[in-house]
Design a protein around this ligand. Sequence first.
Ligand SMILES: NC(=O)c1ccc[n+]([C@@H]2O[C@H](COP(=O)([O-])OP(=O)(O)OC[C@H]3O[C@@H](n4cnc5c(N)ncnc54)[C@H](OP(=O)(O)O)[C@@H]3O)[C@@H](O)[C@H]2O)c1
Length: 340
Amino acid sequence: MRLLVLGGTRFLGRHVVDAALVRGHAVTIFTRGQNPLPWSGQVEALTGNRDPRIAPGLAALGHGVWDAVVDTSGYVPRIVDASASLLKGRATRYLLVSSISAYASSALPGQDGAAPVLPPVDRDNEDIPNNYGALKASCEDVVTQHFGAGATNVRPGLIVGPFDPTDRFAYWVARFIHPALLGSRPQQAVLPAPAKRPIQVIDGRDLARWMVALLENDIAGTFNACSPEGRWTIGDLIDALVDAAPSPPEPAWIDEATLHAHAVKPWTGLPLWVPSNDSDHTGFMSFDCTKAAHAGLTARFLAQTIDDTAAWLVARDNVGAWKNVLSADTERAILAGDIR
Ligand SMILES: NC(=O)c1ccc[n+]([C@@H]2O[C@H](COP(=O)([O-])OP(=O)(O)OC[C@H]3O[C@@H](n4cnc5c(N)ncnc54)[C@H](OP(=O)(O)O)[C@@H]3O)[C@@H](O)[C@H]2O)c1
């Protein structure tokens, strides 16, 4: 298969390229060329800019024929429209990496691909941080308009594992296995009770391998892509971390009222914490991913993702990391408050 990856050098795209190479496919990537390539000589690397308003735009994609496109870097309908219209007729299938954030609501658990998505925002509105889900939903529409039955939309939940630049899962791995990476930390680790709160994640490598298989089999459709609903709780994650850590901190399960009292921000202030009283997000970690599972998506054991993330964390440059995690000061204050 001749595969074009729009992106490919940061996290998920990198795993897509790896998975495609393992399967013997001919891979072309298209990026701005800002990241080093780990595949010397094995990949055709085209440079440009996905935004046609920024020279040289998509000129490097002006010719060439591919069996499939994987778009890991599409966030804005206008920009996705530029690549999809340019590649229509020169690629058989276009797989867009969308997101479960495209859904109109995550209040209810068990939503499948038929649940309503967010309505479009104004055409000129390209504010990704504030309209990420709505823009993704519109990007899906654009791909479907151009590719019809050749469109595949994949809506992942939280993607984790090596090369994840967000630190959402990596924080927990570091906290238990390499706490020194987070500076000086107490012997107890603050955890958001209750331990039975569901979590749903997908290792980027499992997702990538499955997406490549979808393309090999020319599978159309829209898929939620995550671990099976109900498979894991945050307690399972902590148990796996304790098992993996040579000298784990002592788990301190903290009730949500205390976290709120210390002004801990859900998700961005304590990764993976979605408060139980946030009724808009009750189903955020409980999407129905059965369709993807039936199409071959599997989720590896947490222990594997933990081990490989831990190894990657010590190899990477941690300068500038840990921006959206619990600070050591807040962690100490919470623990001290517990004792009072
Ligand atoms: N992380 C999650 O938990 C999560 C959950 C759901 C969905 N998703 C979706 O999963 C995808 C993950 O993306 P990723 O960052 O891991 O993909 P990636 O393909 O590994 O990295 C992004 C690539 O896009 C390239 N790029 C960025 N801006 C560009 C531009 N203007 N023109 C050309 N190339 C450009 C970057 O290279 P250069 O910098 O060199 O240009 C890089 O190669 C995203 O679509 C995200 O919305 C993520």
